[in-house]
Design a protein around this ligand. Sequence first.
Ligand code: COA
Length: 466
Amino acid sequence: MPVGIDDLAIYVPKLYVDCNDFAKARGIDPHKLEYGIGIRKMAIVDVNQDPACMAANACLKLMEKNGLQPQDIGRMYVATESGLDESKAMNSFVIGMLEQVYGEGSFEHAGGIECKFACVSGSYALYDNANWIRAEENNGKAAVVIVSDIAKYDIGSTAEYTQGAGAVAMLIKENPRLLAFDQKVTSTIITNEYDFYRPFGKETPLVNGNYSNLLYLIQVRKAFDSYKEKALRYGLIDLKDGESITDHIDLISVHLPYGRMGEKALAYLLRHEWRNLPRWKEVIREVGIEEPTPRDPRGTIESILADTEFMKADEKFRKLFMQTALYHEAFEKKMASSLKASELIGNLYTASMYMGFRSSLEFEYKRGTDLNGKRVGFGSYGSGSSAMVFSGVIQPSYKEIVSAMNLEEEIGTRMKVSMDEYEGLHRGIGRGLFDSINHSNKEFVLIKIGGKLTKKAGLREYVYTT
Ligand code: COA
């Protein structure tokens, strides 16, 4: 019995920073942001929004568009790294908001938790809920997995232009209309790392961007190796002479802290998969130099980073590789469509890869690709660190969902904020909860947080605006 994603809905806040304004204010060449990072507009939250109300807004959209009632849902998981409370789970806030619409106690029969592992936790939540359904523990009910985050970095830091905000809610069911997960091939890797973390009480993370990016590449590649071994062993994919397993994966969605990172991840993976195949000769001919090898064959992140000569040569090779015809063809076919949403919204941490998946469905469909039966490979990464690689196949009924997708319409009318307004919102100064920039309509917003010295310290209250 196939299990997978039946439908999904998104919520993106209505405010954004235009990257030309941002570049001017920070003295950066706007081309760096558009081409070097892959960002044009960064979504930011208003003063009365948080990850819980974005999650509830995405979930309400999902329920309304599918005519779902609370009794149709047996589990609701929220995966986030923007937790609001050290103990109370984010899905409980979401249930509270949805009960304002569906009635008090309407979700009482259901279950669920908040999941945390940086940007990868949504993938674990999907996997666990798919297995809950496969194990027939679901009593005929569906699961909802919501990924919701605010990516916020220090003002003036080099990570400031990789911010963003938004949520994706996914309906997980038997016989899904959109994508059925491949079984027995999901692969993970986990180690203890400090590439990106946010200590208790700190609003912005401590991030070693370049270390984290390299670790992302290595971890996803290792998880991919394990995926490949299982896919061949279980006969999911049959390789002929000279073929790469990536030839059998039609669309690739990876974690997207920024669009350019997706392109680099694809390049890293293809180099790894192609270097022992006959086509590598054509690559080397076009690149014009041999691929460098690190001095230390173990290839650990420490040994690679310490080998500065190799790092420099490898960067040169990587850039040339990304200009080859073979890379271009693979990028255009498998990944380009998944980066379009990222360019307009920015970094969504847990939600980034799923927004990218949604983006690839809409824009592949719009360019006339027949998606029926296409295999989608997912490369999910969470700092700290863990990677998960899995895949699924697009189902014959996908058009029912995908033909109605319209990213701009679903995001809705947005307001560009000035750099002063952006910095005020970022620093949390100058505006109270009732002094939002955007006037919310038909969505959940935050109206009160209990004061620190009161009996209701930290208690958050939300309302559905009409
Ligand atoms: N025109 C076009 N491209 C330009 C340019 C210009 N004028 N100037 C620079 N660039 C390119 C660089 O060549 C580079 O491209 P490359 O990656 O293909 O080499 C790219 O812009 C980035 O510039 P660079 O100076 O190398 O990096 P940076 O100091 O701006 O930092 C990040 C970029 C991504 C490392 C930083 O924003 C970051 O740490 N973000 C956080 C990422 C994150 O969240 N990681 C953890 C979770 S995975």
